[in-house]
Design a protein around this ligand. Structure first.
Ligand code: HEC
Ligand code: HEC
Ligand code: HEC
Length: 205
């Protein structure tokens, strides 16, 4: 039996048709690969994040002029820098999570008006906080290397709080929230009872 199938495979693999089929398969894979890579890159740009859907206008307007948008040196952190992981596997998981956001945009219209957005804001913020608490503020640390922050050059307040933060095992987002957007009215990350149903692999809606 195995011998028979082997013989059949051998016959098939020497045929001319096989070559054409393999070549077509190869060509299709290349096209799919290029489309996937392009989508990943395009959906991770500031332009895409802040203008592809009106749901993001609220957050984009608030971010304008904050220290991560405009500062003395012009080194910036844009939407994807804080909201999209920088290593492959977490990036793919995050992108799958974005299906949630597409659902919110096209189907459930969960935050398509300013009122709905404000009503839901605490929950949306909590999703981001929980995500950042769970990964020890990984996206912040992509730029801010804690071990290379020179206390000598920081304000006294920053030195004291950073020492306290290390002792109490707090992560950046515990203290530095609402740095890019307005602060929601409810409890902040430190008072947060982690609600597991809000864990979303990085999707926000
Ligand atoms: C893409 C890189 C990048 C990412 C990601 C990033 N930052 Fe920053 N951050 C900067 C730069 C650059 C500055 C300094 C801007 C300046 O003053 O020149 C800064 C400044 C700061 C400051 C000082 C603010 C002030 O008023 O002086 C804090 C606090 C801070 N970031 C916290 C965070 C936190 C928390 C996160 C994650 C949620 C984060 N950053 C993500 C690049 C980044
Ligand atoms: C326990 C709370 C706490 C934690 C945790 C914490 N910070 Fe801070 N951080 C502060 C305070 C308070 C300041 C001073 C803010 C001020 O002067 O208004 C500060 C200041 C800063 C500044 C500006 C320094 C300066 O002198 O201008 C940066 C940058 C910063 N933090 C980054 C981070 C990063 C990155 C993390 C995570 C690795 C982190 N912080 C964790 C409380 C904290
Ligand atoms: C410096 C990091 C940083 C940058 C840059 C940033 N965000 Fe955020 N974003 C956060 C954090 C942290 C939260 C959680 C709530 C909070 O602390 O403000 C958040 C929350 C959100 C939320 C949930 C609603 C809310 O206000 O809590 C949305 C939507 C969002 N961001 C979209 C964006 C878009 C769009 C951009 C670019 C125009 C952007 N963010 C830029 C850090 C960032």
């Amino acid at each position: 039996m195995p011998y028979r199938s082997l013989a059949r495979l051998r016959k098939w693999s020497t045929g001319k048709k096989t070559f054409v089929v393999l070549l077509a398969g190869f060509a299709i894979s290349i096209v799919v690969l290029i489309l996937t890579a392009t989508t990943l890159v395009y959906t991770s740009t500031e332009a895409f994040c802040s203008s592809s859907c009106h749901e993001m206008n609220n957050n984009a307007m608030e971010y304008k002029g904050t220290v991560h948008d405009k500062n003395r040196t012009g080194v910036r952190a844009t939407c994807p820098d804080c909201h999209i992981p920088h290593s492959p596997v977490p990036l793919y998981i995050r992108k799958m999570g974005a299906v949630h956001d597409l659902w919110g945009h096209f189907v459930s219209h969960s935050i398509d008006t300013r009122e709905k957005f404000l009503d839901k804001r605490q929950e949306l913020a909590e999703r981001v906080w929980i995500y950042m608490k769970e990964n020890d503020s990984r996206e912040c640390r992509h730029c801010h290397t804690a071990a290379k922050m020179d206390p000598e050059r920081q304000s006294e307040k920053a030195q004291l709080r950073h020492a306290r933060g290390r002792k109490e095992k707090l992560t950046c987002i515990d203290c530095h929230f609402a740095i890019a957007h307005d602060e929601p009215a409810g409890p902040g990350p430190q008072e947060l009872e982690v609600d597991k149903s809000l864990i979303s692999k990085g999707a926000i809606f």
